[in-house]
Ligand binder design. Structure first.
Ligand code: COI
Length: 362
């Protein structure tokens, strides 16, 4: 893997003026406050080089920056959790790293090495461990991202890239917290097509969803429940999370057809449900099937999964003028069990039988 780089030693420049006192850990908004340090590395002349950790702060860019015009950029979203004063747990870093390289390949961005990724995370956590929240439902959100940094307006792949990792203490992602969110489908817009970029974490996927999400909010829904782009029939994902349906005793999860992001928390949900003896089906599921299951009383629970969202119950789905209510206004037993198990593993109160945790001594 070191052929991806000319140098793996990270140059650390510590921050002299901590902003820790600015963080109100009791009122954390998602992604609003940042830790004292960030990781930076540049790709030039065919190699990644000069890995460094520096004080978090503004960066200088040219107005001709490729990313600003053409969006050649990828990112990840992952979390670290406070276990005790000496230990911070990172959740499934290898899986996030592999997904970032998967995204990079699709977007024509050079891959990076796991060695530098995990070393950078460990060093960042050692320096900024005080930013890892101690409160329930809180964590340190980790945002690695890579963007094209050529200053050239020609519409072609950049030859230079910048790689950053920033971290942010966060609470619940949705304003609803643990209360069920509401979702609406839309016929007007689509999120992704097979062969496009829907299965990777690239900036444009999210930008394109902001207007539909705003309209959904204006209509009183938390988010859009995306249907497939071709037939407007099959359920895909929510954009900020994957989606799951408990129908009878079967957990039905939309299959990764090429336009859905393969969530890491989604994977954990499938593994745990199988271990707990549920029938687990990854398959295409239509919105009509969900409404029918609601009508005939077999739709027991609907919930989303994601790094930011963790496990988020869905209490209402709107589709073409019809609405179904799911559950009784609070999280269902199955979703709660998943939430407790996953967060228990993350915080280190439940045994990590799957090797999902990378512990860092700080
Ligand atoms: C995550 O769950 O980490 C995501 O990347 C979703 C994001 C849009 C907040």
């Amino acid at each position: 893997m070191n052929d991806l780089m000319t140098q793996t030693k990270i140059n650390i420049i510590p921050n002299e003026n901590s902003r820790l006192h600015e963080v109100d850990f009791n009122n954390l908004m998602f992604g609003k406050k940042f830790s004292d340090h960030m990781f930076v590395m540049e790709f030039e002349n065919g190699t990644w080089k000069e890995p460094a950790i520096k004080p978090f702060g503004p960066i200088q860019i040219t107005p001709a920056l490729n990313t600003l015009h053409y969006g050649q950029a990828v990112f990840e979203g992952m979390k670290a959790f406070y276990k005790d004063d000496e230990t911070i747990n990172i959740y499934r870093p290898k899986d996030h790293f592999e997904r970032m390289n998967f995204s990079s390949r699709r977007m024509g961005i050079p891959e990076t090495s796991y060695e530098i990724f995990i070393t950078a995370l460990e060093e960042l956590l050692k320096l900024d461990n005080k930013f890892v929240p101690r409160l329930e439902q809180s964590a340190l959100y980790i945002r690695p991202f890579i963007f094209a940094s050529d200053d050239l307006l020609a519409a072609r792949s950049s030859s230079k890239f910048s790689y950053y990792i920033i971290t942010s203490p966060v609470g619940a992602y949705y304003d609803e917290g643990f209360n069920p969110v509401s979702l609406t489908t839309t016929k007007e817009y689509v999120r992704a097509v097979v062969g496009g970029t829907g299965e990777v974490k690239t900036a444009g996927n999210y930008a394109a969803s902001f207007l539909p999400a705003k309209k959904a909010k204006e209509d009183g829904y938390t988010q859009v429940l995306w249907l497939d782009a071709k037939e407007h029939k099959y359920i895909e994902e929510v954009g900020t999370m994957n989606i799951h349906f408990l129908i009878g005793d079967t957990l039905v999860t939309p299959k990764l057809t090429g336009s859905i992001l393969g969530g890491i928390t989604r994977r954990s949900v499938l593994t745990l449900a199988e271990e707990w003896g549920y029938k687990v089906e990854e398959r295409r599921i239509t919105i009509d099937e969900v409404f029918e299951a609601s009508d005939n009383g077999t739709l027991k629970e609907v919930f989303g999964s994601g790094t930011a969202a963790v496990i988020s119950p869905v209490g209402l789905i709107h589709h073409e003028g019809k609405k179904i209510n799911i559950g009784i206004g609070s999280i269902g037993d199955f979703a709660k069990r998943l939430y407790d198990e996953i967060t228990g593993i993350q915080y280190g109160t439940i045994e990590d039988r799957h090797n999902w945790i990378h512990s860092v001594k700080v």
